[in-house]
Design a protein around this ligand. Structure first.
Ligand SMILES: *[C@@H]1O[C@H](CO)[C@@H](O)[C@H](O)[C@H]1NC(C)=O
Ligand SMILES: *[C@@H]1O[C@H](CO)[C@@H](O)[C@H](O)[C@H]1NC(C)=O
Ligand SMILES: *[C@@H]1O[C@H](CO)[C@@H](O)[C@H](O)[C@H]1NC(C)=O
Ligand SMILES: *[C@@H]1O[C@H](CO)[C@@H](O)[C@H](O)[C@H]1NC(C)=O
Ligand SMILES: *[C@@H]1O[C@H](CO)[C@@H](O)[C@H](O)[C@H]1NC(C)=O
Length: 850
C-alpha cells in the first residue's frame, strides 16, 4: 500500500531517483546488452584481416573483453548482477503447464486496463489496446472522459457484473448521461489466438435542461503498443453498407478486423495518429477537437490520418438514446469466409442474447458461491455483485520494470535507483482511479474473494507475484509497471526499497488452499493443479518466509519488527510512520530502535510459519523441513511467551514494545532552510519526556492481532478482555464497524505532520474488520464461557458493517477505501473495490476454511 502512503505522505523522504545510464555509471541490464553489441561489432571489423593476425586479434580482443567485463563487475562491488535485481533462481511458477495452453489463451484478451473507464488489451507486453472516451457535459461545457479520475465527478461507475473471463457489464452515470459497456468474449472455429470479443455501448441522456443537447459523442479507439500500423476500413464513410472500421495484422492473433454495427443513425469521423504516447491519448484527441472547433466551428474529428498510424480513433455522434456494437475478430487472414458470420454473431440481437445468457450465468454463479440471499435482502445482493464485479473487472495486466533503491554503489549517491528486470504482472487493483496497479499487501485480501470465485485466475495472479521475487526472497510491494501505470504516480514515490517488507497476506489465501486440500474440497483436476502449484512455488515461499524471518527479526528470540522506520526523519512527524506494515501512521514506539517488537508482524509470521508447516507436511511430504516451521509456529503461538512479551495486565490489552514516551506534540517553530531559502514556520515534534523501553499503549487494530490469530484460548479471561475492547464504544466499537484506533489513544485522529491527516488513527477499514469478524465467528463456535458473548458481538458487528457499506453505496454510488468512525460516511479513494469488497464474504459469512 505504499502508493497510498506515497500519495498521502508527501513527507516520506524517498529521494527522487535518477536512473540514467551514462558511461560512468555501473552497468545495469541495459549496459550488459550494450556490451554484447560491441562484441558483435569487433568481430565484424576483423573479418578482412589475415589469419595469423586474426588469431592474435581474436585472443587479444577476448582477453580485452574479459578484462572489460571483469572490471565492470568489480566496479559493482564484487557482485555479478546486483543481488537485488537478480531473479529467484528457480523455474517460474507461470511456466507451469496449467498456466499455458488453454488457460493462457482463454485469458488473453480482457478488460485489463482498469485505469480507464473502458479498456481492452491482451496479456502481452506490446498489445493491441482498445478503449472508449466520450464527451461529458457539465455546466454547459464539454469534458473528455477517458482515464478514471475523481475530478470527473461521475455519480457512479463500475462493473456491476464481471466474471473475470469473458463477460462484464458496466454502468457509468455522468451528469445526466448514462453509458453502459457490456463486454463479451467468444472463441469459435476460425478465431485467431485468444478468440474474438465485442463491446456493446449504450448511451442515454436525461433532458435536464435546454443546455444539454440530445446528441452525444463517443470515441472508440484501437492502438498498437508495438507501433504496428493499423489500416483504416474502406467503409468508414459508409458505415451502413459495410461495418469495417479498421484492420491489421499481428504476430499473436493473425489478421484482425474491427467492426461497428448499429440500428441507429450515426455520424462517424476519425483521426489516425502515429505516436508512442498511448497513455495521454485523451489529451491528444481533446487538442485535435479543440483545433477543429476553432478552425471550422464543428466538433468533429478531421477524417485524416498520419502515415502508418498506430492509433485510430473513431468519433460516433448520434441522438440519444443509441447503441453501438463493436466487434473485434481475429484470425481473419486464414478464415475469410466466416468472418462475416462471426461479426454478425457478435453484434445486434445475437450479441444481446449472448450477453443475456452470460448475465444469467453470472447471477447463478454468484448465488452458488456466496448464496447470501437467504441472509440479506435483494438490493444488498446487487451491491455484493457490483463489489465482486468491479474487483474482477478491475483485474489488470501490466508490463515494465520497477525502480529499486540501490545505494550500495560507491559512485552513486544515496537515494539512487536501479531497474528491476522487465516483468509482467496480472493483478487485481485496489481502486481503479487512485491505485490502478499491483499492491502486495492488498493482494492477499483480494485473493480471499477471487479464490472462491475462480481458482485458476487466483493461482495465475499469485503465481505472477511469486515470480517477481528476487534471489533474496524479496518481492517489491508496489508494482508500477509501464508508462500507463507510471503516469499515475508522482516521481518521488516510484522507488521501492529492498530493505522494506509488506505483510505477507498471500498466506491468508494459501492457508485456505491447503486447508481445502486436506479436507478434499476440490475436484480431481483442481487438486492436481493446486498440488502442482505448491510444488513449483514451494522454494519461493520458503525464500519469502526466510526473507522475513531473517531481515525483519528483532533483538529478542521470537520477536520481529518492521525495519525501515527512520528516527532521523522524525522531527516533523508526531510518530514515525511504519509504511511497510501497511498501516502507515498507526502509532508505534515514539523512538524507533532495534529493541522494538511489533505485534502485527509477529502474528503475520505465525500465519506464514503455520501455513508453511501445513504445506510441507501435507502437500510436499517434506516432513523434515516442515519441522522447523512447526517449531517456529509453536513458538509464536505460545500463549505464555506472547503474554510475556506483549501483554499489559493492567490494561488487559496486547501492545507493541519499544522505546517510547507518550509525551510528544507538534509545535510551530521557525525552521532553518538549506541554501538561500528563508527560514519558515513549520510544525516540529517536541519530546517532553525521556523515552524508555516499555509497552506502547495504543489500543487498535494492531492490539487485536493475537485475537485475529486465534492464539487466545477460548477459556482464557484474556478473551473476555479482548471482547470488552471490541465492544466498548469508548474504545473500538461504532455503529459502522470497528475503529482502527481507540478513542482513548493519545494519537486518536491526530495529524502526523502538517500535511498528513490521520489515516489509520480512527477510520474504519474493511480488511481488518473482516479478519476480526472472522475470529469472532471462530470464538462463537468454540466451547467456553465467552461463546455467547462472541456470538452476539459477531452478529452485531456483521450487521453494522453490511448496513453501512450498503447505505453508502446507495447514497454515493460507490464502495469506499475507509469509512468515517463518527458518521459512517465513505472516505478516501472510491470506487475502492479492492479489500472493501470483502463485504461480500461478510454477507456470505464465508471465512477461513481451516
Ligand atoms: C472446425 O473446423 C474444422 C475445419 O474447418 C472442422 O473439421 C471442424 O468440424 C469444425 N468444428 C466445429 C465445432 O465446427
Ligand atoms: C503526452 O506525453 C508525452 C510524454 O510523456 C509528452 O511529451 C506530451 O507532451 C504529451 N502530450 C500531450 C498532448 O499532453
Ligand atoms: C526463524 O528464525 C529463528 C531465529 O533465527 C530460527 O530459530 C527459526 O528456526 C527460523 N524458522 C525457520 C522456519 O527457519
Ligand atoms: C531511547 O531514545 C532516546 C532518545 O532518542 C535515547 O537517548 C535512548 O538511548 C533510547 N533508548 C534505547 C534503549 O535505545
Ligand atoms: C469502556 O472503556 C472505557 C475507557 O477505557 C472505560 O472507562 C469503561 O469502563 C469501559 N466500559 C466498559 C463497560 O467496560
Amino acid at each position: 500500500m505504499s502508493g497510498r502512503d506515497g500519495r498521502k505522505t508527501a513527507r516520506n523522504r524517498i529521494k527522487p531517483s535518477t536512473s540514467t545510464v551514462s558511461g560512468e555509471d555501473p552497468p545495469d541490464l541495459r549496459n550488459r546488452k550494450g556490451l554484447r553489441k560491441e562484441r558483435g561489432k569487433d568481430q565484424l571489423r576483423i573479418l578482412d584481416v589475415n589469419f595469423v593476425l586474426l588469431g592474435f586479434i581474436i585472443v587479444a580482443s577476448l582477453v580485452a573483453l574479459l578484462f572489460v567485463f571483469y572490471s565492470v563487475q568489480l566496479s559493482e562491488g564484487d557482485d555479478r548482477l546486483p543481488r537485488v535485481i537478480t531473479p529467484f533462481p528457480a523455474p517460474k511458477v507461470m511456466d507451469l503447464d496449467m498456466f499455458q495452453g488453454e488457460q493462457k489463451e482463454s485469458l488473453y484478451w480482457g478488460t485489463y486496463r482498469p485505469h480507464v473507464y473502458f479498456g481492452v488489451r491482451s496479456r502481452t507486453p506490446e498489445s493491441l489496446v482498445a478503449g472508449l472516451m466520450w464527451l461529458g457535459i457539465k455546466d454547459g461545457r464539454y469534458f473528455m472522459r477517458h482515464v478514471c479520475q475523481d475530478a470527473d465527478d461521475l455519480q457512479t461507475y463500475g462493473w456491476n457484473k464481471h466474471n473475470g473471463r469473458d463477460y462484464g457489464h458496466q454502468v457509468l452515470m455522468d451528469h445526466g448521461m448514462t453509458l453502459t459497456t457490456s463486454f463479451l468474449k467468444s472463441k469459435v472455429n476460425g478465431s485467431g489466438y485468444g478468440g474474438d470479443w465485442a463491446v456493446q455501448v449504450g448511451v442515454q441522456s436525461e433532458k435536464l435542461n435546454e443546455e444539454v443537447p440530445d446528441a452525444a459523442h463517443i470515441f472508440f479507439y484501437v492502438a498498437d503498443e508495438g507501433q504496428n500500423a493499423i489500416s483504416l476500413g474502406r467503409s468508414v464513410s459508409d458505415i451502413y453498407e459495410k461495418s469495417l472500421l479498421a484492420y491489421g495484422s499481428r504476430a499473436d492473433v493473425g489478421g484482425w478486423e474491427l467492426h461497428l454495427k448499429s440500428m441507429d443513425n450515426f455520424d462517424v469521423h476519425h483521426v489516425g495518429l502515429r505516436t508512442p504516447h498511448i497513455h495521454n491519448l485523451s489529451d491528444l484527441v481533446q487538442a485535435i477537437l479543440g483545433m477543429q472547433v476553432r478552425n471550422f466551428g464543428h466538433l468533429e474529428l478531421p477524417d485524416t490520418s498520419d502515415d502508418a498510424s498506430n492509433i485510430l480513433v473513431y468519433q460516433i455522434s448520434a441522438r440519444t438514446p443509441f447503441r453501438a456494437d463493436i466487434a473485434f475478430v481475429t484470425g481473419t487472414d486464414s478464415d475469410d469466409d466466416r468472418v462475416e458470420g462471426r461479426v454478425d454473431s457478435l453484434t445486434g440481437t445475437s450479441l444481446t442474447s449472448q450477453l443475456h445468457e452470460k448475465e444469467i450465468e453470472f447471477d447463478d454463479k454468484f448465488k452458488k458461491i456466496f448464496n447470501p440471499s437467504d441472509k440479506i435482502d435483494s438490493e444488498s445482493v446487487e451491491v455484493g455483485k457490483a463489489a465482486v464485479g468491479n474487483l474482477l473487472g478491475g483485474i489488470g495486466y501490466f508490463y515494465g520494470q520497477s525502480k529499486i533503491f540501490f545505494p550500495q554503489h560507491k559512485h552513486r549517491s544515496d537515494g539512487d535507483s536501479i531497474l528491476y528486470w522487465p516483468a509482467e504482472l496480472y493483478t487485481a487493483v485496489p481502486s481503479r482511479p487512485f491505485f490502478p496497479r499491483g499492491f502486495l499487501w492488498d493482494e492477499g485480501f483480494h485473493q480471499l474473494l477471487i479464490w472462491r470465485w475462480d481458482k485458476h485466475i487466483s493461482m495465475d495472479i499469485i503465481g505472477h507475484w511469486l515470480d517477481l521475487m528476487n534471489i533474496d526472497g524479496w518481492i517489491p510491494r508496489e508494482q508500477i509497471l509501464g508508462a500507463e501505470a507510471l503516469s499515475k504516480v508522482p516521481e518521488e514515490f516510484v522507488t521501492q526499497r529492498p530493505s522494506n517488507g509488506n505483510p505477507p497476506t498471500l498466506f491468508l489465501v494459501l492457508q485456505d488452499m491447503v486447508c481445502g486440500m486436506t479436507r478434499n474440497k476440490f475436484s480431481a483436476t483442481e487438486s492436481k493443479d493446486i498440488s502442482a502449484f505448491f510444488e513449483r512455488s514451494f522454494g519461493r515461499l520458503e525464500a519469502w518466509f526466510q526473507w522475513f524471518n531473517t531481515t525483519q527479526s528483532g533483538k529478542y528470540k521470537s520477536s520481529y519488527y518492521w525495519h525501515g522506520r527512520k528516527e532521523s526523519q522524525t522531527i516533523f512527524e508526531l510518530n514515525p510512520k511504519t509504511l511497510s506494515s501497511g498501516l502507515d501512521d498507526y502509532p508505534r514506539a515514539s523512538h524507533p530502535t532495534d529493541e522494538e517488537r511489533h505485534l502485527d508482524l509477529r502474528c503475520w509470521m505465525l500465519l506464514a510459519a503455520d501455513c508453511m508447516h501445513s504445506i510441507s507436511e501435507q502437500l510436499m511430504e517434506t516432513k523434515e523441513s516442515g519441522k522447523a516451521y512447526k517449531e517456529t509456529a509453536k513458538l509464536l503461538a505460545d500463549f505464555d511467551l506472547l503474554n510475556k512479551m506483549h501483554f499489559d495486565k493492567d490494561y488487559g490489552a496486547y501492545f507493541d514494545y519499544g522505546n517510547h514516551t507518550e509525551k510528544v506534540r507538534l509545535r510551530r517553530q521557525l525552521v532553518e532552510k538549506s541554501g538561500n531559502q528563508p527560514p519558515s514556520l513549520e510544525l516540529v515534534r517536541e519530546v517532553l519526556e525521556q523515552p524508555e523501553l516499555r509497552l506502547v499503549p495504543h489500543v487498535g487494530y494492531v492490539s487485536l492481532f493475537p485475537f485475529i490469530s486465534k492464539i487466545i484460548p477460548s477459556k482464557s479471561w484474556i478473551l473476555e478482555k479482548q471482547l470488552n475492547l471490541i465492544s466498548n464504544t469508548s474504545t473500538l466499537w461504532t455503529n459502522f464497524g470497528l475503529r482502527s484506533l481507540s478513542k482513548t489513544s493519545s494519537m486518536y485522529m491526530k495529524r502526523n505532520t502538517e500535511h498528513d491527516p490521520p489515516y489509520w488513527r480512527g477510520p474504519i477499514w474493511m480488511n481488518m474488520n473482516y479478519l476480526i469478524l472472522s475470529s469472532l465467528h471462530h470464538y462463537s463456535k468454540e466451547e467456553g464461557p465467552y461463546r455467547e458473548r462472541a456470538e452476539t458481538i459477531y452478529s452485531e458487528l456483521r450487521g453494522n458493517l453490511i448496513r453501512n457499506v450498503i447505505k453508502n453505496y446507495k447514497q454515493t454510488g460507490y464502495l469506499w477505501e475507509q469509512y468515517d468512525q463518527k458518521k459512517g460516511n465513505g472516505k478516501g479513494a472510491h470506487p475502492f473495490t479492492g479489500w472493501t469488497s470483502l463485504a461480500v464474504l461478510i454477507m456470505a459469512e464465508s471465512y477461513s476454511e481451516c
